[in-house]
Design a protein around this ligand. Structure first.
Ligand code: NAD
Length: 258
């Protein structure tokens, strides 16, 4: 089999179940010949993910709570053992931190603790990921990392609240890291999809209503297809995007231009 990702080794963070955006991306990359190691948050919340990894020839799976430095060190060890310390791509598809009540009503009602927790899990975790994996990505000579964001980073989207503030930090961090790592041939980009019903999204107040109204407000007049999100990720992770770094690519059927 030959494909756009043939011979490429990578790591995907953020598969919880088969609805996860990270899993849709994984399927696309597998079709194109990628060799993938996965991380999961913990055994309890990731049972479905673990069975997906088992059924789909995962190169490895490793527990990684993004708040835990020891877990990052254990991931490094896996990459050295299984991939010989060379990594061609990374997908960061992790978000969390707010309580349900933070994702409705006034943004500024958020507690100090939940604000900081959201920043750590949803924004700093991408920095921690690339800080840990940069030596392996540099070794590839030409490598690519992506994270997932949402339009609430630049616009006030009702109920998205503290997640929007974290996504703004995430996107800005991606640009700084694109600048840091460019000289070593590592590209860093952001995929920003429109709304998709997943475990994380279902916690945002009024999400189902937003989903219902979304299609008619978009230029392309249709809901977001996760297959399209995965194709955009494939573009950014493959050699097709060798000239692109520090960008946010919207996959929202044009919603963001209105
Ligand atoms: P999801 O619930 O399937 O994925 C979220 C992942 O984050 C889960 O795998 C969860 O285990 C992981 N996670 C949370 N806290 C963690 C921690 N402390 N350590 C390690 N992992 C942790 O939901 P999803 O919608 O697929 O989300 C993936 C990404 O896509 C997120 O960054 C999300 O903000 C982004 N996104 C989602 C939408 C949408 O509408 N679903 C739109 C735009 C962007």
């Amino acid at each position: 089999m030959s494909g756009l990702m043939q011979g490429k080794n990578g790591v995907i963070l953020g598969v919880a179940n088969n609805k996860s955006i990270a899993w849709q991306i994984a399927k696309k990359l597998l079709q194109e010949g990628a060799n993938i190691g996965y991380t999961y948050q913990d055994e309890l919340s990731s049972k479905k993910a673990l069975s997906l990894f088992e059924k789909n020839n995962a190169a490895f799976s490793a527990k990684l709570d993004v708040c835990c430095d020891e877990d990052f060190l254990a991931l490094n060890q896996k990459i050295e053992e299984v991939f010989g310390g060379k990594l061609d791509f990374v997908v960061h598809s992790v978000a969390g931190g707010p309580d349900l009540e933070d994702l409705q009503g006034d943004f500024f009602a958020v507690s100090r603790q939940n604000f900081l927790k959201t920043m750590e899990i949803s924004a700093f975790s991408f920095v921690a990921t690339l800080r840990n994996l940069a030596p392996y990505l540099k070794k590839a000579g030409s490598a690519s990392a992506i994270c997932l964001s949402y339009l609430g980073s630049e616009r006030v989207v009702p109920n998205y609240n503290v997640m929007g503030v974290a996504k703004a930090t995430l996107e800005c961090s991606a640009r700084y890291m694109a600048s840091d790592l460019g000289k070593d041939g590592v590209r860093v980009n952001v995929v920003s999809p429109g709304p998709i019903l997943t475990r994380a999204a279902s916690g945002v107040g009024g999400f189902r209503q937003m989903l219902k109204e979304f299609a008619e407000k978009t230029p392309l007049q249709k809901p977001v297809d996760t297959e399209d999100v995965a194709s955009a990720a494939l573009f950014l992770l493959s050699d097709l995007s060798k000239g692109t770094t520090g960008q946010t690519l919207y996959v929202d059927n044009g919603f963001c231009i209105r």
